[in-house]
Design a protein around this ligand. Structure first.
Ligand SMILES: [Zn+2]
Length: 252
């Protein structure tokens, strides 16, 4: 009986009600993503309730089930309280959770994804601009999930990219040099400022990236390119993006 139980720590990135009182909980752990059942969690007397909130970091005990594992114990380690104190960081929180769910496949390991989500939730409330944190998060998450866009060397011929490069190809997987610009007729023209933000953000640490200031139109463009990238790789729509954009617009 003992080996049916195991423990893990993870951040809750998705919750879905099922049946009368159960909930499916999707957790990003240092080992990858898992979805388990929390039985009876919507009943007020449930011992699990309150310990399985969206964006909480929890210590979980699970029992292996035939189809799905079942959460038997849960203790919230951190709720990232400051994220929930402002509408903008809350919208950003939903967005990063949805991105993690989209990019990391079920039962798949994605080394680094968990750390990058945790760092993002810790820094969102204090960052001078939420936008830079979100760009950084998206690029690091893509990297962790094995979908890193190629921004240093040409994705077709491999030569080092210069500032003259201006075509972004989702189909090829990154930037094209000028010799290869015709390799994808649907490659998009991107401005140098946008290319620089993408490169810088992919390369640097969050501490460095989050202090950078950019005009709103550059942020909008980076958001658009990275979302298109994520949706292409994950074949998913991002439902939280509209909410995030509404809040960003209202506060700019
Ligand atoms: Zn090339």
């Amino acid at each position: 009986m003992g080996e049916r139980l195991y423990r893990t720590t993870g951040i809750i990135i998705r919750r879905m009600d099922v049946g009368e009182a159960d909930r499916l909980i999707t957790v990003l752990t240092p080992e990858g993503k898992l979805t388990a059942t929390a039985r009876g969690v919507r009943k007020t007397a449930s011992k699990l309730a309150g310990h399985l909130e969206l964006l909480s970091e929890c210590q979980l005990q699970l029992a292996r089930g035939r189809s799905r594992d079942v959460i038997t114990q849960s203790m919230a380690l951190s709720r990232f309280e400051p994220v929930h104190n402002a509408l903008l960081t809350m919208a950003a929180g939903y967005y990063v959770a949805e991105l993690a769910d989209a990019m990391v496949a079920d039962e798949e390991t994605a080394p680094g994804a968990y750390t990058c989500l945790k760092q993002t939730l810790q820094h969102l409330p204090t960052a001078p601009t939420v936008d830079m944190v979100l760009h950084w998060y998206t690029l690091q998450l893509c990297d962790a999930a094995g979908y890193r866009p190629q921004l240093v060397t040409c994705v077709v011929c491999g030569q080092m990219l210069t500032e003259a490069a201006e075509r972004w190809s989702v189909r090829q997987g990154g930037m094209l040099c000028n010799d290869c610009r015709r390799m994808d007729s649907q490659a998009q023209l991107i401005e140098l400022a946008v290319f620089k933000v993408l490169r810088f953000t992919q390369r640097e640490s969050l501490a460095v990236v989050m202090t950078i200031k950019q005009p709103p139109e550059v942020h909008d463009r980076v958001f658009a390119l990275l979302r298109q990238w994520v949706m292409q790789q994950s074949e998913r729509r991002l439902r939280s993006a509209t909410f995030l954009d509404d809040v960003r617009r209202a506060q700019s």
